[in-house]
Design a protein around this ligand. Structure first.
Ligand code: GLA
Length: 386
């Protein structure tokens, strides 16, 4: 973290020719379990990871907002009062979208001071680790502080989601921003995506000699288009046909009826969501009653459900999961929205290199690109660093 904090300060000084007044940061996330349940108003269990996005900021007195980043050349600038979803694009839609969304949550955009922002990150892009939520959450926390808005963290998560939905145009749920803002060291965030009530659930991985390996397949996904939106629509159709406000309102006991009412594909989409909600509840109970070794079969079952019923896996993710399972992982599954990105494997620390070598070997044998494999540590959520 200290390197990223220094880099972002140096980047700020180079971009704007003055010193930043403060630095804020927010992490990416891994979803332990509960996939495509958030927009169905169900349950999720993500944790914040030790990869972060940092934003350095200094106020301006002319009402202009400028954003620059380590991945883009020139700053993008716009008067705060002119912010609107259709006025922002590309990567700057994330930070500027957050500034706009804060206006929907009480900020007086005609009166707040402008600011220069510089963003740097060590969250891998497009890997399904929520690099976008890390930007949104760090910027939301920073502007909330300097604009003295006094919004709490659940409200800031909603600000991030609004930016993502309206400014970026991706119809995603509330999970990623919640994990980034509410995460705690050595714990996961158990979130009810209907009430937005949450509590942290201790993971105890390190204490039990376990690690979470991320296997980034390098297959890129984009949630603004294609499969993600299509799955979301199928869920909404299923809920409407079954006469419930959201799939959250169904349990596994409703699946027989669902099968008789729905077409075969919509039924399988619904079955994934309904069984996945139950797996989240079972995982929380297993963690609390038995410890992390007990969640392996739930992780494996979650992957099968995403592969066969929700159909959001890809051959690289299936191979990563199967190879990890066969070479010593306690459990493994793809994580995030799907159609690419990363899988996670819960492994005993002494099996880590065996799993890594096996997965790399299997990818080479299948002619897939070399995967990035690294461990992540459940970490604290967004903070002001300096
Ligand atoms: C993406 C979205 C989340 C969630 C997951 C799938 O990460 O941003 O809101 O829907 O996919 O669980």
């Amino acid at each position: 973290m200290s390197d990223l904090r220094e880099d972002v300060r140096a980047g700020f000084a180079a971009a704007y020719g003055r010193e930043a007044e403060g630095v804020w940061s927010a992490p990416g996330r891994v979803n332990l379990i509960g996939e495509h349940t958030d927009y169905n108003e169900g349950f999720v269990l993500p944790f914040a990871i030790d990869r972060r996005t940092a934003v350095a900021l200094a106020l301006r007195d002319d009402g202009v907002l400028r954003v620059a980043s380590a991945i883009a050349d020139a700053p993008v600038e716009i008067p705060v009062a002119e912010l609107a979803p259709e006025r922002v694009s590309d990567w700057s839609a994330y930070p500027l979208g957050v500034a706009w969304a804060l206006g929907r949550f009480g900020a007086d955009l005609a009166a707040v001071p402008g600011a220069d922002l510089y963003i740097d990150s060590d969250v891998p892009l497009g890997a399904g680790l929520s690099s976008s939520a890390a930007i949104e959450s760090s910027v939301a926390l920073a502007l909330n502080d300097v604009w003295r808005l006094d919004l709490d963290r659940p409200a800031l998560a909603r600000v991030g989601r609004l930016a993502e939905n309206e400014a970026v145009g991706a119809p995603t749920g509330i999970m990623d921003q919640s994990a980034s803002l509410l995460g705690r060291r050595d714990a996961a965030v158990f979130l009810d995506c209907r009430s937005l009530e949450s509590r942290v659930v201790g993971l105890g991985f390190a204490e039990r000699g376990l690690e979470v390996l991320v296997i980034d397949t390098g297959v890129k996904h984009a949630h603004a288009t294609g499969g993600y939106r299509d799955r979301r629509e199928a869920c909404e159709r299923g809920a409407a046909a079954l006469g419930v406000p959201a799939l959250r309102d169904l349990t596994v006991d409703d699946l027989d009826r669902a099968r008789s009412v729905l077409d075969e594909v919509t039924f399988r989409r619904v079955r994934h969501v309904v069984t996945e909600d139950q797996r989240v509840l079972d995982t929380v109970r297993a963690l609390e009653d038995e410890g992390p070794e007990a969640i392996g079969e739930l992780l494996d079952a979650s992957h099968r459900s995403m592969r066969d019923d929700f159909e959001i896996s890809v051959p690289e993710l299936d191979l990563a999961v199967e190879t990890a399972q066969a070479s010593g992982a306690i459990g493994a599954r793809m994580t995030g929205g799907g159609f690419g990105g990363a899988a996670i494997a819960l492994v005993p620390a002494d099996a880590r290199s065996r799993v890594q070598v096996a997965v790399e070997g299997a990818f080479a044998e299948h002619g897939f690109a070399v995967p990035e494999i690294f461990a992540v540590v459940p970490s604290d959520g967004a903070v002001r660093d300096a």
